[in-house]
Structure formats: C-alpha cells, structure tokens
Design a protein around this ligand. Structure first.
Ligand code: PMP
Length: 417
C-alpha cells in the first residue's frame, strides 16, 4: 500500500475537506480561520464564486491549449488585462506554472539579455527550490543543504533587517547599501552582474519589509552599472501588501517583475513581466514548458483580477492589514518574548525571542500549534523558524481580523505560559 513520502513536512495536522472565503473545514465539519491562504495564494478567499464559475466554464471549453503549439483566448485576455495593473514600461509577459519556474525564467532572461552571468541576491531571500532558484535562496539552509554544488556566480549581500541588527531602519539601509557598494568593488565586479534579485518584503526569510530607501538605492546602483533590477513579487504581488504590487510602496520600478501565488487564486500560474525591448533580447523558444499559461489557470486569473478590482481588495488589504498589525502590536506589548511585530498590508508577523534576545523557535512553534488547536491556521518563517506570520485571504473583513486577533492573544498567552 503506497503512502505519502516522509519528505513531506506538514505545518499542521489538519486534513481539510473544503474551503469557503477565509475558512477551511475539516472532515468533521470543524471550522478553521485560515490566516495562511495556502502560503499567500488564495487571495480571493477559498472558492470565490466568480473564480469557480470562470474555471468551471473554462474546464468545459478547453483545459489544455498548449501555448507553444496553439494560442488560446484566456492567455490573450489575461495578458491584455494585466496591463491595467502593471507598470507601463513592463508591457511584455511570459507565463510558467510556479514561483520557482518564474524565477528561473527571470534568471535566464537576465543572463541572456545582458550577456552577463552573475547575480546579487540579499541575505534571507527566498526565491524557490529548483536549482537556479535555490541558488538564489538564503532564507534558510534547508533549501540548500545536501544538494550542492549550486549555480555559481551568486553573491549574497546584506538585507536591511533592522531588528536582527538592533539598528534603526536608516542605519540598516545605510549599512546594506554600503556593503553592496563594497562587494561591487571587491568580490563581485559590477560589469559582470546581470541582475539584482530582491523581494520588496522578505517572505520566507522572516516577513521583513524593505525599509524606505533600500529599493531606491538598488535602483540607483542598477542604473549606474547596467544591472537589471528584478523584483520577486511572488508573495508580495496581487494586492497582498495593500498596494497592487509591493514595490508601489517604495516608488521604485523593476526591470523584471515576477508574479505567482495570488495571481490565479490557487491554480498553478506564474509570470514574468518586462519591457518588450528587454524580452526581445532573450532567445525565442528557450523558455516555457508543457503546462505554462494553462487555460483554466488563466481564466481563473482573469476572474481573480476582476474580483480584486471590483471588490476593492487592495484597499481592503491595506485597511485590514493595519488593523491586524496594530492588534498584533497591542498583544505583543504584554510579552517580552515577542521581540518584534512588523508587516505590510496583509503580511504580518511576530518574531519570538528568548530573554537574551536570541531566536526562540520553540516558543514560535508552541504558539503556532496552540493557534491551530484553537482554530487559527498560521505559518512560521524566518531562518530560525522563530517568526509566526499571518497571511489572510484579501477578502478578510474587520470582524474576522478581530476574531483572528482574539485567538492569537489566547495562543500567545497559553504558548508562553
Ligand atoms: N519567490 C517567493 C518570494 C516566494 O515566496 C516563493 C514561494 N514561497 C517562491 C518564489 C517560490 O514559489 P513556488 O513555491 O511556487 O515555486
């Protein structure tokens, strides 16, 4: 009798039967408030009726219109519709299936289009598990352990994680940019660097929003040295942070934008966006895959975009995210073990520490488990696993945020007790 591989590590013991909005239900009908959203994917909530209807209609019309063989309408419609929300300069889109594959696509394009081989990434970043993406990933050694050698030519520069350094955000940004400049004249010749890859908010690496000035500093250096600036918005895109794209908080635009997760409400779909001029410097036919730009996923993505715009979900993420952040801060004020609470929009996290300030993954795990027992599903993150994050679907309302905070307060209190 076949069984699931022990390679699988599951964050909670819950077995779900169905989902609706911000709730998941197990086989006994027990309801869970889902503040994981399938790791930031089910942006429109579980099984939003409009997404379900669009997918059902597409399933009955055409499931797999293989895009390197024949073109299909959902892909064309999605491309046209995405221009409503993309920065004007990024007028060319290429589709694959997952975040990792889109990172690979961006890596290929950056190398092909610049004729340069090397890249700079930022400490604590997560870009995926395929070998190229894993080579860019430093959010935790489990992604790299035992699988090397990885892709060479990757330099890791500091990310301004102010709390970890015990600095102000400004001090952390000054440090990170100074170290980057130093790397560019020591270990990593600027003229050999194809791209900087960066997340506007470190995701798996601990939910650390880029402090003001950091992305602008990267943009300035990228322009100065002919380096491409790639924003990995797999987790921060599609309204998650309270702007349509995470980078819009910082008024800095990328050369290549990577999107996935929230794009199709749970169907596997990802994309890279860049200018047509940049894309035309890549090699036609060198990118793609059998399932890329799947018709059902594209139809679901169009419906996702409709729902986000019609229901004002970006504004909702900003409003409810502020409430979640403020509430989490109020709860943290009673406990020295919650060293930091931070976030942007509906990416909110609490970092647990020991009395000496060292990371406390045991506490984070206890609180996380207790929350699940109480009916609140959360995820941990950070290199030490000592950060508990909340990523509710963007349809969450204020009452549900308050319900989540109430359960969170109980989980923190009994997890620390
Ligand atoms: N980039 C970022 C910023 C991510 O958060 C993730 C997934 N957590 C990925 C890339 C990889 O995406 P996937 O798991 O779909 O390959």
């Amino acid at each position: 009798m076949a069984q699931l591989s022990p390679l699988l590590k599951q964050a909670t013991p819950v077995q779900v039967a169905r989902g609706e909005g911000v709730y998941l239900y197990d086989h006994d009908g027990r309801r869970y408030l889902d503040f994981t959203a399938g790791i930031g994917v089910t942006s429109t909530g579980h099984c939003h009726p409009k997404v379900v209807a669009a997918a059902q209609q597409q399933v009955a019309t055409l499931i797999h219109g293989q895009y390197t063989t024949v073109m299909h309408q959902p892909l064309l419609t999605l491309t046209e519709r995405l221009s409503e929300v993309l920065p004007a300069g990024l007028d060319s889109l290429f589709y694959v299936n997952s975040g990792s594959e889109a990172v690979e696509a961006a890596l290929r394009l950056s190398r092909q289009s610049t004729g340069r081989q090397n890249v700079v990434v930022f400490q604590g970043s997560f870009h995926g598990r395929t070998f190229g993406a894993a080579s860019l990933t430093t959010s935790g050694t489990k992604i790299r352990a035992g699988i090397g050698p990885l892709v060479p030519g990757v330099t890791v520069a500091p990310f301004p994680y102010a709390y970890r350094y015990g600095w102000s955000e400004k001090e952390a940004v000054d440090f990170a940019l100074r170290e980057l400049d130093y790397l560019l004249v020591t270990a990593a010749p600027a003229a050999d660097i194809a791209a900087f890859f960066v997340e506007p908010v470190l995701g798996e690496g601990g939910y650390v929003p880029a402090p003001p000035g950091f992305l602008a500093g990267l943009r300035e250096r990228a322009d100065r040295h002919g380096i491409l600036l790639v924003f990995d918005e797999v987790q921060t895109g599609f309204g998650r942070t309270g702007e349509f794209w995470g980078h819009q908080h910082f008024d800095v635009e990328p050369d290549i934008l990577i999107t996935a997760k929230g794009l199709a409400s749970g169907f596997p779909l990802s994309a890279i966006a860049a200018s047509t001029e940049l894309m035309s410097r890549g090699l036609p036919g060198s990118q793609g895959g059998t399932y890329g730009g799947n018709a059902v996923a594209c139809a679901a993505a169009v419906a996702t975009l409709d729902v986000i715009l019609e229901e004002g979900l970006v504004e909702n993420a900003a409003r409810t995210g502020e409430r979640l952040l403020a509430g989490s801060r109020r709860i943290a004020a009673d406990y020295a073990a919650v060293g930091d609470v931070r976030g942007l929009g509906l990416m909110v996290a609490s970092e647990f520490v020991n009395p000496d300030g060292s990371p406390a993954p045991e506490i984070a795990n206890r609180v996380h488990r207790t929350a699940a027992d109480l009916g609140l599903l959360l995820l941990t993150c950070g290199p030490h696993g000592n950060v508990v994050r909340m990523i509710p679907p963007l349809v969450v309302d204020e009452a549900q945020i308050d319900q989540g905070l109430e359960l969170w307060a109980k989980a923190v209190s009994s997890g620390l007790g």
